[in-house]
Ligand binder design. Structure first.
Ligand code: AMP
Ligand code: GLY
Length: 449
């Protein structure tokens, strides 16, 4: 049977998904609120629509005779788009609204971990009354992370002792209109992500990635959706051991066992602490930017994972190219607090091929030959050009045998593609910053001894 896949979402993550399906024997259709030029170029058809409207997505899916669907963004999952597509008989790789609460309701997520004895859960309490939450901050012995229970695009959390003082956290709570918050033990260490494909109780894991949430270089400034990320040629990262990676996988496995019936990507955000990996959060989808690190090194056909999931067959064992990746986002000036939306940007993706030519050697093995990729993100392709929205604009990814070489390719790509009116964290993946991560973990381990 020939397959028709509907991809929901229009960011960098979805461009990476579209790219990974582009060579598969399937027709690809896409829908999103913005016209992402990268996705439009790869898809057989595209419809601009509100991806949080289950009816609109289902109508389009029926129109194109979709046999499968993949949902990128959490807002669509929270709105029940997977439920509606499944009800319409279109198998959707993405959890239904109830299962997506593992991401969309942080209070539910922590209670779920406690109830099912899932390892790595921080000490936490949930509050509906903000005055009671403020009292808890005063009484708690230690620093707390203050987390609104609902979705905030990664921008709602305030960590006392890191991003703010206890006084500022209380002012934040009192001036907010949150109806529920989670206050939890502040975890100290290095963060990393492990994403897994999940269906029919099985999971297949992908290499660890480290994202950079803070807006400015040196990990300063407000939290963002993620400014860029890197992965190594192995499954783990330079500041962690293979055992740390396996401990994180054990947490994901325990979570999948407890979730029952979950399908889609399960994304674990971990803090590697002095006692090993602890859970910062789960997401019910690929990470953005992390999908742009993971999918380009995946040798296995993503379509085979999707059809096996739908047909209740064993998921294929995944194989990855042994390459490091560095991804850097170019974001509108002022992002995330006051983004310059609606600005015209010039992005020249045609020059990316030149970067590859500069970095390749005749002797390069095809599996590990350097590569440069450009993924469009939340930009809108209009008749007279490409415009910024309030979110991230485009990303470049360098692939090479080492993180340092991948970083150099990402930088060269940014220079050629152009960043006028956009901002980049150039420090991501640079040797100095990676070394700081290693030193940080060494310090944490030493002080624990
Ligand atoms: P989240 O929306 O839960 O991913 O949180 C956003 C960011 O806040 C995380 O990536 C961490 O950097 C930070 N964070 C969240 N929870 C904690 C915690 N318990 N301890 C320390 N930092 C945290
Ligand atoms: N990179 C963080 C996220 O996708 O939530």
């Amino acid at each position: 049977m020939s397959e028709t896949v509907l991809l929901v979402g229009g960011g960098g993550r979805e461009h990476a998904i579209a790219r990974s399906l582009a060579d598969s024997p399937a027709d690809l259709y896409a829908c999103a609120g913005n016209r992402n030029p990268g996705i439009v170029a790869l898809a057989d058809g595209f419809e601009a629509l509100d991806t949080t409207n289950p009816k609109a997505v289902t109508t389009y899916a029926r129109e194109v005779d979709a046999t499968l669907a993949v949902i990128g963004p959490e807002a669509a999952l929270a709105a029940g788009v997977a439920d509606a597509l499944d009800d319409a008989g279109i198998y959707t790789f993405g959890p239904q609204e109830q299962e997506a609460r593992i991401e969309t309701d942080k209070a539910f997520q922590r209670r779920f971990m406690r109830e099912h004895d899932i390892p790595g859960c921080p000490d936490f309490e949930t509050f509906e009354d903000m005055d009671a939450a403020c009292e808890h901050i005063d009484e708690y012995d230690g620093d707390l992370a203050v987390k609104p229970a609902g979705l905030t695009g990664g921008k709602g959390v305030r960590v006392i002792g890191d991003q703010c003082t206890a006084q500022e956290a209380k002012e934040y709570l009192r001036s907010s209109d949150y109806d529920r918050v989670v206050l939890e033990e502040r975890l100290v260490g290095e963060e990393f992500t492990v994403q897994a494909f999940v269906a029919n109780g099985q999971l297949r894991v992908t290499p660890a990635v480290q994202d950079h949430k803070r807006a400015y270089e040196g990990d300063e400034g407000p939290n963002t959706g993620g400014m860029g990320s890197y992965s190594d040629a192995s499954l783990h990262l330079p500041f962690m051991s293979e055992d740390d990676y396996m401990d994180a996988v054990d947490v994901l496995r325990a979570t999948v066992d407890a979730l029952e019936g979950y399908k889609g990507v399960l994304y674990g955000q971990f803090m590697l602490t002095e006692t090993g990996p602890r859970v910062v959060e789960f997401n019910a989808r690929f990470g953005d930017p992390e999908a742009m690190n993971t999918l380009p090194v995946l040798n296995t056909d993503f379509l085979d994972v999707l059809t096996a999931a739908r047909d209740e067959e064993p998921l294929p064992q995944l194989s990855f190219r042994p390459m490091a990746t560095v991804c850097k986002y170019a974001v509108p000036d002022g992002y995330p607090t006051d983004p310059d939306a609606g600005a015209k940007v010039t992005i020249d993706d045609g020059v990316i091929a030149e970067v590859v030519a500069d970095h390749r050697d005749q002797s390069d093995d095809a599996e590990t030959a350097p590569e440069a990729l450009l993924f469009y993100a939340s930009v809108d392709d209009r008749e007279d050009g490409i415009y910024t929205t309030t979110s991230r604009s485009y990303a470049v990814v360098g692939l090479a045998e080492t993180i340092a070489d991948a970083e150099a390719i990402a930088e060269a790509s940014l220079q050629r593609a152009g960043t006028e009116g956009l901002r980049v964290r150039h420090d991501i993946g640079k040797t100095d910053l990676v070394q700081q991560r290693i030193d940080h973990m060494d310090d944490i381990r030493c002080s624990a001894d």
